[in-house]
Design a protein around this ligand. Structure first.
Ligand SMILES: Nc1ncnc2c1ncn2[C@@H]1O[C@H](COP(=O)(O)OP(=O)(O)OP(=O)(O)O)[C@@H](O)[C@H]1O
Ligand SMILES: [Mg+2]
Length: 220
């Protein structure tokens, strides 16, 4: 369980998040949605421990991690994959933090990356980069998986496949999955619970129906 208790975040003079309260159950798939610039990425960074809240607090219970293993237990897939790809080949990128070489190879296969496994990650298309960055994070078998816009650059088949892989791993591992998305196609597939962020707070929470309603209102 991750509990956000009146979490606020201010950068310089700008208050980005005012008071976010949210309970995220272990093993649940949560969707974070909201308009551009409402603070979704900021909130993910706070949950990941990459930034500290300016006010309020975040507590983690029933999740076993310490300072040393934190970055393997909490996997973050960034909105911009260029920030995280740094190895000379796709294969090495995915193996870097992997629990085993076998698991890295399994993910390469699963994500359909075998043919490009020896390529430099920076030479790939946006959609391919995103798949590599997701596979690289999954390789460490994180208990908490934070995904910032995972489906950007994926066509319909790519999206369907990605959602199947993520849900398959979720079922097997029981990980806690938090996804930020503008993609209505994720709403049904990656969502047990949705939270809408507006004006620095959680304006609404509910099941996937509120995500679907939110996207319908945006005419996407
Ligand atoms: N370190 C920072 N310093 C100043 N302002 C920041 C900082 N980080 C984010 N912001 C601002 O805070 C607001 C929220 O940013 P954030 O990236 O969290 O939004 P978002 O909901 O993820 O947006 P998008 O949907 O476009 O990805 C934006 O206006 C952004 O410019
Ligand atoms: Mg963002």
């Amino acid at each position: 369980m991750i509990t956000l208790d009146r979490v606020g975040f201010t950068a310089g003079k700008r208050q980005i998040l005012k008071s976010v309260s949210l309970d995220i159950k272990k093993g649940e798939r949560t969707l974070l949605i909201g308009e551009n610039g409402c603070g979704k990425t900021t909130l993910l960074r706070l949950i990941a421990g990459l930034n500290r809240p300016s006010s309020g607090k975040i507590t983690y219970s029933k999740i076993k991690f310490n300072r040393k293993n934190r970055y393997k237990k909490i996997g973050v897939v960034y909105q911009n994959p260029d920030y995280m790809l740094f190895m000379p080949t796709v294969r090495q990128e995915i193996a870097y933090n992997a629990v085993s070489t076998d698991y890295a190879e399994e993910l390469i296969e699963l994500f359909g990356l075998s043919k490009i496994a020896e390529r430099h990650p920076q030479s790939l298309s946006e959609g391919q980069k995103r798949r590599v960055s997701i596979a690289a994070v999954l390789a460490s078998d994180p208990e908490i998986l934070l995904l910032d816009e995972p489906t950007v650059g994926q066509d319909y088949d790519g999206l369907k496949e990605m959602v199947e892989i993520l849900n398959g791993i979720h079922e097997k591992s029981g990980n806690t999955m938090i996804t930020v998305t503008h993609d209505v196609r994720c709403a049904g597939a990656l969502c047990d619970k949705a939270a809408i962020i507006r004006n620095g707070i959680v304006a609404e929470t509910g099941g996937r129906e509120i995500a679907i309603k939110f996207f319908a209102g945006q005419n996407i």
